[in-house]
Every structure is written in C-alpha cells, then in structure tokens.
Design a protein around this ligand. Structure first.
Ligand code: UDP
Length: 371
C-alpha cells in the first residue's frame, strides 16, 4: 500500500507527527510499532485493577504553553503530585535535596543563607566540573554525594559517576528552599485517563492507519511512502549496526500487588544504597485512582533488553555522531527522518521529545508540503 508518510514507532514522537500530518496536511499516514501497543514507554495499563506505568514512572511536566495547549485537545489533566523520597540508612529523606533534607541529614536547622554557607564548607570547589561526580561534589560535598548519588548512579548506569557527563546528575535540582517537588517546570500535570488514552485519542483520525506488532524493516518491503518516513527506533538498529552497537541501558520491572490502599508515602522511593533496584514506584499517588489494593513496581537497571537510556559518555556519543552522519545522508537521499530519544541517542524528557516532534513536523512540512 502507498501512504504519504510512514512513521516507525507509535510512541510520543510518532503519534504527534502522525496526528499533525493527518490533521494539518491531510496526508494518509501509516504508523506502525513492533510492540502490541501504542504510547511507547509512556504506556500505562491496569494490573490487578490498578493503573500503573508499564515502563517506569512518567511525570509529565513542561514550561511550554503551546505544548500543553496542543495536548489538551486529547486529554483533561489532574495535578501532577510528583514527590520522591530517598532511603538512606533507615530514614526517608525528601529528594531532590532541599532544606528539609539538609536539616534531617545534618541534624541542624537551616534557612537558605545558612544552608548555603554550611554547604560552602563541604563543597569540593570546581568551577568547571567535567563529570557527574565532580558536578555533585562541587554542589554538595562528599557526604551527600556518597549517600544520595554515588550508589544510585552506579546501579542506574553500571558506570561510575566519574565516567558520566555532568548533565546526568545535573538533571536533579538542588534547592535551598522547602519545595519538595521532583522537577522544576511551570506545568506539572498528569493526563486524567492516562497516557495511553491520550495517545489513542491523538491518533484516532480517519487519515491514520495503525499497525501493531509490525516490524518496520519488514513493513517497508510492502508499503511505500510518497513523501517521507519518520523512524523513531534505535539508530544503530536502523543501520544494521554497521558502525558497531551503541550501548543502551535497559530496565526490568517487577510489579507486586498489595491488599492495602497505599504501600508507600509518595509515588517514588529511591534506594541509592542497599537493594539491587533503584526505585519503587506506586503510581496510584499520581493517577488519582481510588482502590482498596495497590501495586508497587520495583525497577532494576540492566545491560540487556529494550533500549531505554542512551549512555551520556564520550565514547558512545562519538559513535552516535558517526551514525548521525549516516542519518543525514539517509534524510537527503531517501527522505527518512530520525526523531526521538532512541533515534537521536539523546537522554531527553517526554516534553523535550514532544517538542522535537513539533520541530520535525515543521521540517517535514516545509520540505515536502509547502514547496
Ligand atoms: N540520581 C541519583 N540519585 C537519585 C536519583 C537520581 O544519583 O536518587 C542520578 C542518577 O545518576 C540518575 C540521574 O540522577 O540517572 C537522573 O535521575 P532521574 O530521576 O532524572 O532519572 P530518570 O527518571 O530519567 O531515570
């Protein structure tokens, strides 16, 4: 069959581009996914009657009003109560580190000024940190680094923070106030009926054909696209690993039901130190669902499995840049566009991935439609 555009991957990026091509350009769109569901890793589903995040917690946040307005066509919202604690020793500490964390940890009272002065005595001075260890040490010093960051990062990446870009631990704010939200963004919201429902509505358009459990590399033998293809899978897979395999970090999820209303006090508890898993997630805290039972998901990072995280390390970034050259040729010669976290090997958040879908749509429109 012939479509105007073929989109490989029905995650956030694929769904947004599909919706815009169908609704704005009136193109016939084929969107396919090798998995048996849409929404990519944002998928949510009911387990034991409880709405859970299948592939780990997804906290929607953005400071982009246009993005929020766009998504609001497909969902209503509930407040995003993204509160996380970190278990160090026997205690649960508010995380990211804020004044309450510092008071509990150092057993002192602080205000913003005294906390900063106190940490000035702990910091390992470094105006230009080159890696995540140097970055955290330069902000909070050794004790907090060792308690909250080192073990978590070793587990999460199977790598030492010394070997990871400063941006990895730099994702987490450090606050000198009592704000205990996990992230800093103007809008922190959850889609009222979940992510999967939101994406279902997004791609429910007469111009969109959805095919699930279909491999793109087989599908492209059968289906042609008139104008363009968007590929959102791992970039090394697209090129058949011709330059070597890119390293990816994967995750294993263990879901367990409990016959009680809530099992933990907030949506996410981080375990930097003892356990093999990094965090336990009780999605009920953010979905707003009321039920007598609950489900906890423990998340363990692993080397093998589906690609979840690109590795923010120089050697993998260099290999990606070589793949990016191949990708540019492919775009030029075959009108195949590479978009999203896996195809651009970038550790981006959901809202950044969505913004990249907007940009990709504009690019495709100006190249193939406006001419
Ligand atoms: N991190 C940490 N301790 C924590 C939480 C995060 O050291 O309790 C570090 C770790 O290296 C992690 C990074 O900060 O990979 C980013 O954390 P985030 O929660 O943003 O990761 P994601 O939700 O994307 O897995």
């Amino acid at each position: 069959m012939r479509f105007d555009i073929i989109i490989a991957g029905a995650g956030p990026v694929g769904c947004i581009i599909a919706q815009k091509c169908a609704a704005i350009l009136k193109w016939k769109v084929l969107i396919l996914d090798k998995r048996d569901h849409i929404a990519g890793n944002c998928k949510d589903e009911y387990k034991h009657g409880v709405l859970v995040h299948t592939y780990g917690p997804h906290y929607f946040r953005t400071s982009n009003d246009d993005l929020l307005e766009y998504l609001s066509q497909f969902t209503e919202w509930i407040p995003g109560k993204y509160f996380v604690k970190s278990k160090v020793g026997k205690k649960l500490y508010p995380f990211p580190i804020n004044l309450d964390t510092l008071e509990l940890f150092f057993k002192k009272n602080f205000d913003s000024d005294s906390a900063q002065k106190f940490l000035d005595t702990k910091k390992v001075r470094n105006a230009n940190p080159q890696n995540s260890e140097e970055f955290v040490l330069s902000k909070v010093g050794t004790e907090l680094y060792k308690s909250f960051y080192l073990g978590y990062t070793l587990k999460q990446w199977g790598m030492h923070p010394k070997d990871l870009s400063p941006s990895v631990c730099g994702r987490i704010p450090i606050r000198f106030n009592r704000d205990s939200r996990y992230v800093d963004s103007t809008h922190q919201l959850m889609p009222k009926d979940g992510y999967t429902e939101m994406y279902k509505k997004m791609i429910a358009h007469e111009n969109i054909t959805l095919m699930l459990e279909v491999d793109y590399f087989e599908a492209r033998q059968k289906h042609e696209s008139k104008y363009a293809t968007v590929y959102t899978g791992p970039i090394d897979t697209y090129f058949d690993y011709s330059l070597g395999k890119l390293p990816w970090r994967s995750l294993e999820f263990e879901f367990r039901e409990y016959k009680q209303e809530y099992k933990q006090e907030c949506v996410q508890i981080n375990y930097p130190n003892e356990t093999p898993y990094t965090r336990s997630v009780e999605a009920k805290h953010i979905t707003g669902q009321k039920s007598d039972n609950t489900v906890i998901c423990n998340e363990t990072p692993v080397d093998n499995g589906d690609a979840y995280y690109p590795i923010p390390h120089k050697s993998s970034q260099d290999l990606y840049l070589d793949y990016e050259e191949l990708a540019k040729e492919e775009t030029l010669n075959k009108h195949v566009y590479f978009a999203g976290r896996l195809a651009t090997y970038k550790y981006i958040n959901m809202d950044q991935a969505m913004e990249s879908a907007f940009e990709m749509f504009d690019r495709i429109k100006s190249t193939h439609f406006d001419k």
